[in-house]
Design a binder for this molecule. Structure first.
Ligand code: IPE
Ligand code: IPE
Ligand code: MG
Length: 247
């Protein structure tokens, strides 16, 4: 069994998933795209549960990108409605598993009823000490870097320093993910070999695992498979010596 193949001392600290392929899953069944998004909720449930049971430090899910506004209004509305419903139904279970919920992205631009549901989940789980579940909403990697640079430059100026004193640490410390562990593993479903503007800064040295599985079919075994794959990689971070995976 896959669980037996996991090395518990070398788990990735932070796993992020580009949840892709809902539309294709639905098309294969002659159903509307929205049916694929609805089916994808079960994959979210399975991944969050598996991540928490594994004891990951952080799980980050790409749910809606800054570019996804280009989709038809009814699809955007359906995605937002499903997010609200997911949070309403799952919040108690998330809390029970000691998971801390947060969002990353320009969430101020989301509809008030979405922000309200997000706020409720955030507040209810704020004191939890287990896995941090971040849902990326109206998230763009470039937008995040712009936001981080603005904040970091303001901080530098407030301290009376000059812009050439701006360091990588200053920017990293101003990212939406500054309180999360280093991104170790980036998973993408549906076989697409691109990052699609997700966690651009954080994925500098992340290991990438791409599976052909479409998101609505993604289950516990697929996440375990990604972790096992990650544990077989030799991470060098630009150096020569073999670095054992995360600790
Ligand atoms: C991922 O599935 C869900 C979101 C991007 C919100 P898609 O809707 O992108 O599905 P495909 O890629 O068209 O199959
Ligand atoms: C990435 O998937 C965004 C999310 C999973 C939320 P997309 O389907 O939007 O990405 P592209 O268009 O294939 O690059
Ligand atoms: Mg897609």
């Amino acid at each position: 069994m896959l669980l037996a193949s996991i090395d518990w001392d070398r788990l990735p600290r932070h796993v992020a998933i580009i949840m892709d392929g809902n539309g294709r899953w639905a098309a294969q069944r002659g159903q509307p795209r929205i049916a694929g998004h609805r089916a994808g909720v079960e994959a979210v449930r399975a991944s969050v549960d598996t991540g928490a049971r594994l004891g990951l430090g952080a799980l980050t899910l790409y749910a809606f990108s800054t570019e996804n506004w280009k989709r038809p209004r009814y699809e955007v509305d359906a995605l937002m409605r499903m997010l609200r419903k997911y949070l309403r139904i799952e919040l108690d279970e998330i809390d029970r598993q000691n998971i801390r919920f947060q969002t990353i992205g320009r969430t101020a631009a989301l509809a008030p009823n979405v922000r309200e549901e997000i706020g409720r989940a955030f507040n209810k789980t704020a004191k939890n000490t287990g896995m941090v579940l971040s849902v990326a909403l109206n998230y763009g990697g470039r937008a995040e870097i712009v936001d981080a640079c603005r904040a970091a430059v303001q901080e530098i100026m407030r301290e009376g320093k000059s812009p050439d004193q701006l360091s990588e640490e200053d920017i990293a410390g101003a990212l939406y993910t500054s309180d999360l562990p280093e991104l170790d593993l980036l998973v993408r479903t549906s076989g697409e070999l691109r990052i699609s503007n997700f966690l651009l800064w954080q994925s500098a040295y992340a290991e990438i695992h791409v599976t052909e599985t479409l998101w609505p079919d993604f289950r516990r075994a697929h996440l375990l498979e990604a972790v096992v794959d990650y544990q077989q990689r030799s991470r060098r971070f630009g150096g020569l010596k073999l670095v054992a995976n995360a600790k």
